[in-house]
Design a protein around this ligand. Structure first.
Ligand SMILES: *[C@@H]1O[C@H](CO)[C@@H](O)[C@H](O)[C@H]1NC(C)=O
Ligand SMILES: *[C@@H]1O[C@H](CO)[C@@H](O)[C@H](O)[C@H]1NC(C)=O
Ligand SMILES: *[C@@H]1O[C@H](CO)[C@@H](O)[C@H](O)[C@H]1NC(C)=O
Ligand SMILES: *[C@@H]1O[C@H](CO)[C@@H](O)[C@H](O)[C@H]1NC(C)=O
Ligand SMILES: *[C@@H]1O[C@H](CO)[C@@H](O)[C@H](O)[C@H]1NC(C)=O
Length: 498
Protein backbone atom coordinates (compact mmCIF):
# COMPACT_ATOMS: atom_id res chain seq x y z
CA UNK A 1 0.00 0.00 0.00
CA UNK A 2 1.45 3.37 -0.93
CA UNK A 3 1.64 5.99 1.80
CA UNK A 4 -0.83 8.16 -0.09
CA UNK A 5 -3.32 5.35 -0.04
CA UNK A 6 -2.90 4.95 3.71
CA UNK A 7 -3.38 8.68 4.25
CA UNK A 8 -6.48 8.74 2.13
CA UNK A 9 -7.98 5.87 4.04
CA UNK A 10 -7.15 7.62 7.32
CA UNK A 11 -8.80 10.78 6.06
CA UNK A 12 -12.12 9.19 5.43
CA UNK A 13 -12.07 6.20 7.74
CA UNK A 14 -13.19 8.16 10.78
CA UNK A 15 -16.70 8.29 9.37
CA UNK A 16 -16.83 5.27 7.13
CA UNK A 17 -17.67 1.66 7.53
CA UNK A 18 -14.88 -0.78 6.70
CA UNK A 19 -16.60 -1.89 3.52
CA UNK A 20 -16.27 1.59 2.00
CA UNK A 21 -12.61 1.79 2.83
CA UNK A 22 -11.98 -1.37 0.88
CA UNK A 23 -13.73 0.15 -2.11
CA UNK A 24 -11.53 3.25 -2.00
CA UNK A 25 -8.41 1.13 -1.84
CA UNK A 26 -9.63 -0.73 -4.91
CA UNK A 27 -10.17 2.50 -6.82
CA UNK A 28 -6.61 3.58 -6.07
CA UNK A 29 -5.24 0.40 -7.55
CA UNK A 30 -7.00 1.29 -10.82
CA UNK A 31 -5.26 4.68 -10.78
CA UNK A 32 -1.88 3.05 -10.49
CA UNK A 33 -2.14 1.31 -13.84
CA UNK A 34 -3.30 4.12 -16.13
CA UNK A 35 -4.82 7.58 -16.16
CA UNK A 36 -8.52 7.59 -15.41
CA UNK A 37 -11.43 9.78 -14.46
CA UNK A 38 -12.05 10.64 -10.82
CA UNK A 39 -15.72 11.44 -11.40
CA UNK A 40 -18.60 8.99 -11.71
CA UNK A 41 -19.81 10.60 -14.93
CA UNK A 42 -16.69 11.48 -16.95
CA UNK A 43 -17.36 14.47 -19.21
CA UNK A 44 -21.07 14.62 -18.16
CA UNK A 45 -21.92 12.17 -20.94
CA UNK A 46 -24.13 9.69 -19.10
CA UNK A 47 -27.77 9.93 -20.21
CA UNK A 48 -29.03 8.78 -16.82
CA UNK A 49 -28.36 12.05 -15.00
CA UNK A 50 -27.52 12.45 -11.33
CA UNK A 51 -27.82 16.05 -10.10
CA UNK A 52 -28.62 17.51 -6.68
CA UNK A 53 -29.26 20.91 -5.13
CA UNK A 54 -28.11 22.40 -1.84
CA UNK A 55 -28.55 25.88 -0.40
CA UNK A 56 -26.33 27.30 2.33
CA UNK A 57 -26.64 30.28 4.60
CA UNK A 58 -23.67 32.54 5.40
CA UNK A 59 -21.85 29.96 7.50
CA UNK A 60 -22.74 26.98 5.28
CA UNK A 61 -25.69 25.80 7.35
CA UNK A 62 -29.46 26.03 6.91
CA UNK A 63 -30.54 28.07 9.93
CA UNK A 64 -34.27 28.12 9.18
CA UNK A 65 -36.11 26.34 6.36
CA UNK A 66 -38.21 28.42 3.95
CA UNK A 67 -41.95 27.91 4.57
CA UNK A 68 -43.41 24.94 2.62
CA UNK A 69 -40.10 24.27 0.87
CA UNK A 70 -38.72 21.57 3.14
CA UNK A 71 -35.02 21.23 3.83
CA UNK A 72 -32.93 22.87 1.07
CA UNK A 73 -31.60 19.63 -0.38
CA UNK A 74 -33.11 18.11 -3.52
CA UNK A 75 -32.16 15.84 -6.39
CA UNK A 76 -33.10 14.85 -9.93
CA UNK A 77 -31.81 11.37 -10.72
CA UNK A 78 -33.10 8.89 -13.28
CA UNK A 79 -32.23 6.00 -15.50
CA UNK A 80 -33.26 5.93 -19.14
CA UNK A 81 -34.56 2.96 -21.07
CA UNK A 82 -36.00 2.55 -24.54
CA UNK A 83 -39.02 0.53 -25.58
CA UNK A 84 -41.61 0.45 -28.33
CA UNK A 85 -43.08 3.74 -27.17
CA UNK A 86 -39.73 5.48 -27.24
CA UNK A 87 -37.54 6.47 -24.33
CA UNK A 88 -38.65 6.30 -20.73
CA UNK A 89 -37.08 8.01 -17.72
CA UNK A 90 -37.46 6.25 -14.38
CA UNK A 91 -36.93 8.78 -11.62
CA UNK A 92 -35.25 7.69 -8.41
CA UNK A 93 -36.32 10.67 -6.28
CA UNK A 94 -39.95 11.74 -5.82
CA UNK A 95 -41.17 15.27 -5.18
CA UNK A 96 -42.20 13.99 -1.76
CA UNK A 97 -38.54 13.14 -1.09
CA UNK A 98 -37.47 16.58 -2.32
CA UNK A 99 -39.94 18.34 -0.02
CA UNK A 100 -38.86 16.50 3.15
CA UNK A 101 -38.21 18.97 5.95
CA UNK A 102 -37.72 19.08 9.71
CA UNK A 103 -40.32 17.02 11.51
CA UNK A 104 -40.66 14.53 8.61
CA UNK A 105 -39.05 11.21 9.31
CA UNK A 106 -37.35 9.11 6.67
CA UNK A 107 -35.48 5.83 6.58
CA UNK A 108 -32.16 6.09 8.33
CA UNK A 109 -32.79 9.51 9.91
CA UNK A 110 -30.95 10.04 13.18
CA UNK A 111 -33.65 11.12 15.72
CA UNK A 112 -31.29 13.90 16.93
CA UNK A 113 -31.65 15.53 13.50
CA UNK A 114 -35.44 15.42 13.27
CA UNK A 115 -36.01 18.95 14.61
CA UNK A 116 -32.61 20.53 13.86
CA UNK A 117 -32.62 22.20 10.39
CA UNK A 118 -28.82 22.01 10.05
CA UNK A 119 -28.43 18.35 10.98
CA UNK A 120 -31.59 17.45 9.08
CA UNK A 121 -30.23 18.87 5.81
CA UNK A 122 -26.98 16.95 6.20
CA UNK A 123 -28.93 13.71 6.72
CA UNK A 124 -31.29 14.48 3.85
CA UNK A 125 -28.26 14.77 1.57
CA UNK A 126 -27.22 11.24 2.58
CA UNK A 127 -30.77 9.99 2.04
CA UNK A 128 -30.96 11.51 -1.46
CA UNK A 129 -27.47 10.15 -2.10
CA UNK A 130 -28.73 6.64 -1.34
CA UNK A 131 -31.60 7.04 -3.79
CA UNK A 132 -29.30 8.34 -6.53
CA UNK A 133 -26.23 6.23 -5.92
CA UNK A 134 -24.70 4.44 -8.90
CA UNK A 135 -22.85 1.36 -7.78
CA UNK A 136 -22.08 -0.26 -11.06
CA UNK A 137 -20.96 1.41 -14.23
CA UNK A 138 -19.54 -1.08 -16.70
CA UNK A 139 -17.17 -3.07 -14.48
CA UNK A 140 -16.38 -0.25 -12.06
CA UNK A 141 -18.11 -0.78 -8.73
CA UNK A 142 -16.96 2.39 -6.92
CA UNK A 143 -20.17 4.13 -5.78
CA UNK A 144 -20.95 7.76 -6.63
CA UNK A 145 -24.06 9.93 -6.31
CA UNK A 146 -24.47 13.28 -8.09
CA UNK A 147 -23.23 16.58 -9.44
CA UNK A 148 -24.05 19.22 -6.84
CA UNK A 149 -25.60 22.61 -7.55
CA UNK A 150 -24.69 24.84 -4.62
CA UNK A 151 -26.43 28.12 -3.86
CA UNK A 152 -25.33 30.45 -1.04
CA UNK A 153 -26.77 33.63 0.44
CA UNK A 154 -24.07 36.03 1.70
CA UNK A 155 -26.33 37.98 4.07
CA UNK A 156 -25.27 37.78 7.71
CA UNK A 157 -27.47 38.99 10.54
CA UNK A 158 -24.72 39.68 13.08
CA UNK A 159 -27.29 40.19 15.84
CA UNK A 160 -28.33 36.53 15.46
CA UNK A 161 -25.06 35.09 16.75
CA UNK A 162 -25.73 32.26 14.30
CA UNK A 163 -22.26 31.89 12.79
CA UNK A 164 -19.18 30.81 14.74
CA UNK A 165 -15.95 32.82 14.58
CA UNK A 166 -13.11 30.68 13.20
CA UNK A 167 -15.09 27.62 14.22
CA UNK A 168 -15.76 28.72 17.80
CA UNK A 169 -19.10 29.98 19.17
CA UNK A 170 -19.20 33.79 19.10
CA UNK A 171 -21.59 36.32 20.63
CA UNK A 172 -23.80 38.57 18.47
CA UNK A 173 -22.31 41.90 17.41
CA UNK A 174 -23.50 45.20 15.94
CA UNK A 175 -24.59 45.27 12.27
CA UNK A 176 -22.57 47.04 9.58
CA UNK A 177 -19.85 44.60 8.54
CA UNK A 178 -22.04 42.35 6.40
CA UNK A 179 -25.10 42.91 4.20
CA UNK A 180 -28.43 42.32 5.96
CA UNK A 181 -31.70 44.19 5.56
CA UNK A 182 -32.86 43.10 9.01
CA UNK A 183 -34.33 40.11 10.74
CA UNK A 184 -34.91 37.25 8.29
CA UNK A 185 -32.13 38.27 5.87
CA UNK A 186 -30.48 34.83 6.18
CA UNK A 187 -33.53 33.04 4.79
CA UNK A 188 -33.46 30.05 2.49
CA UNK A 189 -34.82 30.48 -1.07
CA UNK A 190 -37.92 29.21 -2.75
CA UNK A 191 -37.07 26.09 -4.73
CA UNK A 192 -39.09 25.07 -7.78
CA UNK A 193 -38.18 21.86 -9.56
CA UNK A 194 -39.13 20.71 -13.02
CA UNK A 195 -38.19 17.01 -13.07
CA UNK A 196 -36.31 15.97 -16.19
CA UNK A 197 -38.54 14.89 -19.06
CA UNK A 198 -38.12 14.14 -22.75
CA UNK A 199 -38.92 16.76 -25.35
CA UNK A 200 -37.88 17.20 -28.95
CA UNK A 201 -38.76 15.03 -31.90
CA UNK A 202 -38.81 11.22 -31.91
CA UNK A 203 -35.73 11.17 -34.08
CA UNK A 204 -33.81 13.61 -31.89
CA UNK A 205 -35.09 13.33 -28.31
CA UNK A 206 -33.81 15.85 -25.77
CA UNK A 207 -33.91 15.55 -21.99
CA UNK A 208 -34.56 18.77 -20.02
CA UNK A 209 -35.17 19.68 -16.38
CA UNK A 210 -34.52 22.61 -14.02
CA UNK A 211 -34.36 24.11 -10.55
CA UNK A 212 -35.19 27.79 -9.98
CA UNK A 213 -36.32 30.22 -7.33
CA UNK A 214 -35.72 33.43 -5.42
CA UNK A 215 -34.78 34.63 -1.95
CA UNK A 216 -37.14 37.58 -2.07
CA UNK A 217 -40.64 37.45 -0.63
CA UNK A 218 -42.59 37.56 -3.88
CA UNK A 219 -45.85 38.19 -2.01
CA UNK A 220 -44.61 41.51 -0.60
CA UNK A 221 -45.38 44.77 -2.37
CA UNK A 222 -41.74 45.96 -2.23
CA UNK A 223 -40.68 42.96 -4.35
CA UNK A 224 -43.45 43.60 -6.82
CA UNK A 225 -42.16 47.12 -7.53
CA UNK A 226 -38.47 46.26 -7.97
CA UNK A 227 -36.26 43.47 -9.26
CA UNK A 228 -36.01 40.28 -7.27
CA UNK A 229 -33.14 37.88 -6.76
CA UNK A 230 -33.25 34.83 -9.00
CA UNK A 231 -31.38 31.63 -9.62
CA UNK A 232 -31.97 29.01 -12.25
CA UNK A 233 -30.13 25.93 -13.40
CA UNK A 234 -31.46 24.14 -16.49
CA UNK A 235 -29.87 20.90 -17.65
CA UNK A 236 -30.31 19.60 -21.14
CA UNK A 237 -28.92 16.78 -23.27
CA UNK A 238 -29.67 14.99 -26.52
CA UNK A 239 -30.19 11.30 -25.82
CA UNK A 240 -27.00 9.40 -26.64
CA UNK A 241 -25.11 12.47 -27.86
CA UNK A 242 -22.43 14.65 -26.26
CA UNK A 243 -22.49 16.21 -22.80
CA UNK A 244 -25.18 17.55 -20.48
CA UNK A 245 -25.28 21.34 -20.63
CA UNK A 246 -25.95 23.11 -17.34
CA UNK A 247 -27.22 26.61 -18.00
CA UNK A 248 -27.06 28.89 -14.96
CA UNK A 249 -28.67 32.25 -14.23
CA UNK A 250 -27.97 34.23 -11.06
CA UNK A 251 -29.45 37.63 -10.25
CA UNK A 252 -28.86 39.75 -7.15
CA UNK A 253 -31.35 42.20 -5.68
CA UNK A 254 -31.27 45.08 -3.23
CA UNK A 255 -32.03 42.75 -0.32
CA UNK A 256 -29.74 39.97 -1.57
CA UNK A 257 -26.63 41.70 -2.96
CA UNK A 258 -24.21 38.80 -2.31
CA UNK A 259 -25.11 35.45 -3.89
CA UNK A 260 -23.11 32.44 -5.01
CA UNK A 261 -24.05 29.68 -7.47
CA UNK A 262 -21.69 26.83 -8.33
CA UNK A 263 -21.69 23.45 -10.01
CA UNK A 264 -19.58 21.20 -7.82
CA UNK A 265 -17.91 17.83 -8.09
CA UNK A 266 -17.80 16.92 -4.38
CA UNK A 267 -16.38 13.92 -2.61
CA UNK A 268 -18.71 10.91 -2.44
CA UNK A 269 -17.99 10.65 1.30
CA UNK A 270 -16.11 12.40 4.06
CA UNK A 271 -16.17 16.21 4.03
CA UNK A 272 -16.41 18.37 0.92
CA UNK A 273 -15.04 21.93 0.70
CA UNK A 274 -16.59 24.12 3.42
CA UNK A 275 -18.98 21.41 4.60
CA UNK A 276 -18.34 19.83 7.99
CA UNK A 277 -20.84 17.01 7.62
CA UNK A 278 -20.53 13.74 5.74
CA UNK A 279 -21.14 14.63 2.08
CA UNK A 280 -22.25 12.97 -1.16
CA UNK A 281 -21.06 13.78 -4.67
CA UNK A 282 -19.22 12.86 -7.83
CA UNK A 283 -15.55 12.46 -6.87
CA UNK A 284 -15.29 8.71 -6.45
CA UNK A 285 -11.51 9.13 -6.37
CA UNK A 286 -10.17 12.09 -4.39
CA UNK A 287 -7.63 13.90 -6.58
CA UNK A 288 -4.30 14.69 -4.94
CA UNK A 289 -1.80 17.34 -6.07
CA UNK A 290 0.08 17.22 -8.36
CA UNK A 291 -1.41 14.32 -10.31
CA UNK A 292 -4.69 15.48 -11.79
CA UNK A 293 -6.27 17.73 -14.40
CA UNK A 294 -9.71 19.29 -14.71
CA UNK A 295 -11.43 19.52 -18.06
CA UNK A 296 -14.53 21.62 -18.63
CA UNK A 297 -16.30 23.76 -21.18
CA UNK A 298 -17.41 27.19 -19.95
CA UNK A 299 -19.52 29.60 -21.98
CA UNK A 300 -20.17 32.90 -20.16
CA UNK A 301 -22.97 34.91 -21.74
CA UNK A 302 -23.17 37.52 -18.96
CA UNK A 303 -20.42 37.90 -16.41
CA UNK A 304 -22.51 39.42 -13.62
CA UNK A 305 -20.93 42.89 -13.35
CA UNK A 306 -17.80 44.23 -11.73
CA UNK A 307 -18.30 42.45 -8.39
CA UNK A 308 -18.77 39.01 -9.94
CA UNK A 309 -15.82 36.88 -8.85
CA UNK A 310 -16.30 34.29 -11.54
CA UNK A 311 -14.39 31.14 -10.67
CA UNK A 312 -13.15 29.31 -13.77
CA UNK A 313 -12.17 26.75 -11.20
CA UNK A 314 -12.48 26.72 -7.45
CA UNK A 315 -10.90 23.96 -5.41
CA UNK A 316 -11.71 23.23 -1.82
CA UNK A 317 -10.16 21.00 0.79
CA UNK A 318 -9.53 20.77 4.49
CA UNK A 319 -6.48 20.16 6.65
CA UNK A 320 -5.31 21.29 10.02
CA UNK A 321 -2.54 23.83 10.61
CA UNK A 322 -0.26 20.98 11.66
CA UNK A 323 -0.85 19.29 8.29
CA UNK A 324 -3.09 16.54 9.64
CA UNK A 325 -6.32 15.76 7.74
CA UNK A 326 -9.55 17.23 9.09
CA UNK A 327 -11.58 15.17 11.52
CA UNK A 328 -14.73 17.27 12.00
CA UNK A 329 -13.43 19.33 14.95
CA UNK A 330 -14.32 22.81 13.65
CA UNK A 331 -12.07 24.53 16.19
CA UNK A 332 -8.95 23.14 14.46
CA UNK A 333 -10.11 22.05 10.98
CA UNK A 334 -9.31 24.67 8.32
CA UNK A 335 -11.06 24.97 4.94
CA UNK A 336 -8.50 25.65 2.18
CA UNK A 337 -9.68 27.23 -1.05
CA UNK A 338 -7.97 28.34 -4.21
CA UNK A 339 -9.82 30.07 -7.01
CA UNK A 340 -8.95 31.37 -10.47
CA UNK A 341 -11.09 34.49 -10.95
CA UNK A 342 -11.63 35.33 -14.61
CA UNK A 343 -13.61 38.57 -14.41
CA UNK A 344 -11.28 41.10 -16.10
CA UNK A 345 -12.68 43.77 -13.77
CA UNK A 346 -11.29 41.97 -10.73
CA UNK A 347 -8.02 43.70 -9.82
CA UNK A 348 -4.99 42.40 -7.99
CA UNK A 349 -5.21 43.52 -4.36
CA UNK A 350 -1.78 41.98 -3.89
CA UNK A 351 0.83 44.65 -4.73
CA UNK A 352 4.31 45.80 -3.62
CA UNK A 353 2.49 48.40 -1.51
CA UNK A 354 0.02 45.81 -0.12
CA UNK A 355 2.13 42.76 0.73
CA UNK A 356 -0.42 41.68 3.34
CA UNK A 357 -2.72 40.69 0.45
CA UNK A 358 -0.05 38.43 -1.13
CA UNK A 359 1.03 34.95 -0.13
CA UNK A 360 4.53 35.01 1.50
CA UNK A 361 6.04 33.53 -1.65
CA UNK A 362 5.33 32.27 -5.18
CA UNK A 363 6.80 29.05 -6.56
CA UNK A 364 7.58 28.88 -10.29
CA UNK A 365 7.01 25.75 -12.41
CA UNK A 366 10.76 25.05 -12.09
CA UNK A 367 10.37 25.19 -8.30
CA UNK A 368 12.09 28.53 -7.72
CA UNK A 369 10.73 30.30 -4.64
CA UNK A 370 10.20 34.06 -5.08
CA UNK A 371 9.46 36.04 -1.91
CA UNK A 372 6.79 38.70 -2.06
CA UNK A 373 9.31 41.37 -1.02
CA UNK A 374 11.32 40.62 -4.20
CA UNK A 375 9.63 43.44 -6.10
CA UNK A 376 11.62 42.79 -9.29
CA UNK A 377 10.43 39.19 -9.66
CA UNK A 378 7.26 38.52 -7.63
CA UNK A 379 4.18 38.19 -9.96
CA UNK A 380 1.86 40.54 -8.01
CA UNK A 381 -0.65 40.66 -10.87
CA UNK A 382 -1.21 36.90 -10.60
CA UNK A 383 -2.79 37.15 -7.15
CA UNK A 384 -6.10 38.84 -6.40
CA UNK A 385 -5.98 38.22 -2.67
CA UNK A 386 -4.38 35.89 -0.18
CA UNK A 387 -5.70 35.60 3.37
CA UNK A 388 -4.46 33.36 6.15
CA UNK A 389 -6.48 31.23 8.59
CA UNK A 390 -7.66 33.40 11.47
CA UNK A 391 -6.31 30.93 14.02
CA UNK A 392 -2.81 30.50 12.55
CA UNK A 393 -0.18 31.05 15.27
CA UNK A 394 2.97 31.73 13.27
CA UNK A 395 2.09 34.10 10.44
CA UNK A 396 4.74 36.12 8.68
CA UNK A 397 4.02 39.85 8.91
CA UNK A 398 2.39 41.67 7.26
CA UNK A 399 -0.70 39.50 6.80
CA UNK A 400 -4.46 39.63 6.48
CA UNK A 401 -6.69 36.92 7.87
CA UNK A 402 -9.77 35.55 6.13
CA UNK A 403 -13.33 36.31 7.14
CA UNK A 404 -13.85 34.30 10.35
CA UNK A 405 -17.65 33.89 10.03
CA UNK A 406 -18.42 32.66 6.51
CA UNK A 407 -17.38 29.03 7.02
CA UNK A 408 -18.17 26.64 9.87
CA UNK A 409 -14.46 26.74 10.66
CA UNK A 410 -11.44 28.95 9.93
CA UNK A 411 -10.51 29.26 6.26
CA UNK A 412 -7.58 30.15 4.02
CA UNK A 413 -7.98 31.61 0.52
CA UNK A 414 -5.52 31.83 -2.38
CA UNK A 415 -7.27 33.78 -5.13
CA UNK A 416 -5.58 33.92 -8.52
CA UNK A 417 -5.95 36.07 -11.63
CA UNK A 418 -5.07 35.34 -15.27
CA UNK A 419 -1.34 35.94 -15.75
CA UNK A 420 1.45 34.68 -18.07
CA UNK A 421 3.06 32.77 -15.20
CA UNK A 422 0.14 30.33 -15.17
CA UNK A 423 0.58 29.38 -18.87
CA UNK A 424 2.47 26.22 -17.94
CA UNK A 425 -0.70 24.87 -16.29
CA UNK A 426 -3.11 25.68 -19.13
CA UNK A 427 -4.69 28.46 -17.03
CA UNK A 428 -5.78 31.81 -18.53
CA UNK A 429 -2.79 34.06 -19.13
CA UNK A 430 -4.46 37.39 -19.78
CA UNK A 431 -7.47 39.37 -18.59
CA UNK A 432 -10.50 38.54 -20.68
CA UNK A 433 -9.49 34.95 -21.47
CA UNK A 434 -12.62 32.79 -21.19
CA UNK A 435 -14.81 35.78 -20.34
CA UNK A 436 -18.09 36.91 -21.98
CA UNK A 437 -18.25 35.79 -25.61
CA UNK A 438 -15.02 33.76 -25.33
CA UNK A 439 -16.40 30.27 -24.70
CA UNK A 440 -13.64 27.72 -24.28
CA UNK A 441 -12.91 24.15 -23.41
CA UNK A 442 -10.23 24.19 -20.74
CA UNK A 443 -7.82 21.51 -19.72
CA UNK A 444 -6.37 22.80 -16.49
CA UNK A 445 -3.40 21.29 -14.70
CA UNK A 446 -5.08 22.01 -11.38
CA UNK A 447 -2.97 19.36 -9.67
CA UNK A 448 0.33 20.82 -10.84
CA UNK A 449 -0.61 24.38 -9.98
CA UNK A 450 -2.08 23.53 -6.58
CA UNK A 451 1.05 21.61 -5.64
CA UNK A 452 3.00 24.89 -5.89
CA UNK A 453 0.63 27.30 -4.17
CA UNK A 454 1.48 28.62 -0.75
CA UNK A 455 -0.80 27.36 2.04
CA UNK A 456 -0.13 28.06 5.70
CA UNK A 457 1.21 25.39 8.02
CA UNK A 458 2.79 25.56 11.47
CA UNK A 459 6.61 25.61 11.25
CA UNK A 460 8.30 22.21 11.45
CA UNK A 461 5.15 20.20 10.64
CA UNK A 462 4.96 17.58 7.91
CA UNK A 463 3.44 19.05 4.72
CA UNK A 464 -0.26 18.24 4.35
CA UNK A 465 -1.34 15.88 1.61
CA UNK A 466 -3.17 18.19 -0.77
CA UNK A 467 -6.25 16.07 -1.41
CA UNK A 468 -9.12 18.04 -2.97
CA UNK A 469 -12.67 17.19 -1.93
CA UNK A 470 -14.47 19.78 -4.09
CA UNK A 471 -13.81 21.10 -7.58
CA UNK A 472 -16.33 23.58 -8.87
CA UNK A 473 -17.12 26.42 -11.22
CA UNK A 474 -19.54 29.33 -11.01
CA UNK A 475 -19.77 32.83 -9.62
CA UNK A 476 -19.83 34.74 -6.37
CA UNK A 477 -21.42 38.14 -6.89
CA UNK A 478 -19.75 39.87 -4.00
CA UNK A 479 -21.95 42.64 -2.55
CA UNK A 480 -23.04 44.67 -5.51
CA UNK A 481 -24.64 48.07 -5.08
CA UNK A 482 -26.81 47.43 -8.12
CA UNK A 483 -28.84 44.49 -9.38
CA UNK A 484 -26.58 42.19 -11.37
CA UNK A 485 -27.22 39.23 -13.61
CA UNK A 486 -24.86 36.44 -14.61
CA UNK A 487 -25.58 33.74 -17.16
CA UNK A 488 -23.30 30.85 -18.12
CA UNK A 489 -23.23 27.25 -19.31
CA UNK A 490 -21.00 24.44 -18.06
CA UNK A 491 -20.51 21.14 -19.87
CA UNK A 492 -17.95 18.35 -20.45
CA UNK A 493 -16.71 18.47 -16.83
CA UNK A 494 -14.14 15.84 -15.98
CA UNK A 495 -11.37 15.28 -13.45
CA UNK A 496 -8.56 13.18 -14.85
CA UNK A 497 -6.04 11.44 -12.64
CA UNK A 498 -2.67 11.57 -14.44
C1 LIG B 1 -13.07 -3.17 -17.25
O1 LIG B 1 -12.76 -4.31 -18.01
C2 LIG B 1 -11.95 -4.07 -19.14
C3 LIG B 1 -11.84 -5.34 -19.94
O2 LIG B 1 -11.58 -6.44 -19.11
C4 LIG B 1 -10.60 -3.53 -18.65
O3 LIG B 1 -9.78 -3.23 -19.76
C5 LIG B 1 -10.83 -2.25 -17.85
O4 LIG B 1 -9.61 -1.78 -17.31
C6 LIG B 1 -11.80 -2.51 -16.73
N1 LIG B 1 -12.13 -1.26 -16.11
C7 LIG B 1 -12.19 -1.10 -14.81
C8 LIG B 1 -12.59 0.26 -14.34
O5 LIG B 1 -11.92 -1.97 -14.04
C1 LIG C 1 -39.17 29.39 -12.55
O1 LIG C 1 -39.36 29.08 -13.91
C2 LIG C 1 -40.72 29.01 -14.30
C3 LIG C 1 -40.79 28.52 -15.73
O2 LIG C 1 -39.95 29.26 -16.56
C4 LIG C 1 -41.36 30.37 -14.14
O3 LIG C 1 -42.73 30.29 -14.45
C5 LIG C 1 -41.20 30.82 -12.68
O4 LIG C 1 -41.67 32.13 -12.55
C6 LIG C 1 -39.73 30.76 -12.26
N1 LIG C 1 -39.61 31.07 -10.85
C7 LIG C 1 -39.33 32.29 -10.39
C8 LIG C 1 -39.20 32.43 -8.92
O5 LIG C 1 -39.14 33.24 -11.12
C1 LIG D 1 -33.88 46.13 -12.61
O1 LIG D 1 -33.14 45.41 -13.57
C2 LIG D 1 -32.93 46.08 -14.79
C3 LIG D 1 -32.29 45.10 -15.76
O2 LIG D 1 -31.21 44.42 -15.19
C4 LIG D 1 -32.11 47.33 -14.52
O3 LIG D 1 -31.90 48.03 -15.71
C5 LIG D 1 -32.83 48.21 -13.50
O4 LIG D 1 -32.01 49.29 -13.14
C6 LIG D 1 -33.17 47.41 -12.24
N1 LIG D 1 -34.04 48.18 -11.38
C7 LIG D 1 -33.69 48.53 -10.13
C8 LIG D 1 -34.73 49.27 -9.37
O5 LIG D 1 -32.60 48.28 -9.66
C1 LIG E 1 13.23 29.20 -13.23
O1 LIG E 1 12.19 30.13 -13.58
C2 LIG E 1 12.54 31.47 -13.26
C3 LIG E 1 11.31 32.31 -13.49
O2 LIG E 1 10.60 31.90 -14.62
C4 LIG E 1 13.74 31.89 -14.09
O3 LIG E 1 14.07 33.23 -13.79
C5 LIG E 1 14.89 30.98 -13.74
O4 LIG E 1 16.00 31.27 -14.57
C6 LIG E 1 14.53 29.53 -13.92
N1 LIG E 1 15.58 28.71 -13.34
C7 LIG E 1 16.02 27.59 -13.92
C8 LIG E 1 17.07 26.86 -13.16
O5 LIG E 1 15.59 27.22 -15.00
C1 LIG F 1 12.33 39.19 2.19
O1 LIG F 1 11.56 38.20 2.87
C2 LIG F 1 12.32 37.08 3.30
C3 LIG F 1 11.37 36.06 3.87
O2 LIG F 1 10.51 36.67 4.78
C4 LIG F 1 13.38 37.54 4.30
O3 LIG F 1 14.16 36.42 4.67
C5 LIG F 1 14.26 38.60 3.63
O4 LIG F 1 15.15 39.12 4.59
C6 LIG F 1 13.43 39.74 3.06
N1 LIG F 1 14.27 40.61 2.27
C7 LIG F 1 14.25 41.92 2.39
C8 LIG F 1 15.18 42.69 1.49
O5 LIG F 1 13.52 42.49 3.20
Amino acid sequence: MSSSMIRCILLISSLMATVHVVVVAASFSIVDVSSSSAVGDPGMKRDGLRVAFEAWNFCNEVGTEAPLMGSPRAADCFDISSGEEGYHLSHKVTEHDNKLGVGDSFKGLDPKALHDPDLYAAEKELYLGNLCQVTKHKNDTTPWQFWMIMLKNGNYDTTSGLCPENGKPAPPFAPGRFPCFGSGCMNQPILVHQPTSITGSDSSPVMVGWFNGTYDDISSSSSASGNISYYEVTWQKKVGVGSWEFKHILRTSKNYPWLMLYLRADATKGFSGGYHYDTRGMLKILPESPNFKVKLRLDIKKGGGSKSQFYLIDMGSCWKNNGEPCDGDTSTDITRYSEMIINPETAAWCAPSALSNCPPYHITPNNTKIYRNDTARFPYGAYHYYCAPGNAQHLEKPYSTCDPYSNPQAQELVQLLPHPIWAEYGYPTKQGDGWEGDARTWELDVGGLSSRLYFYQDPGTKPAKRIWTSLDTGTEIFVSDKDEEAEWTVSDFDVIIT
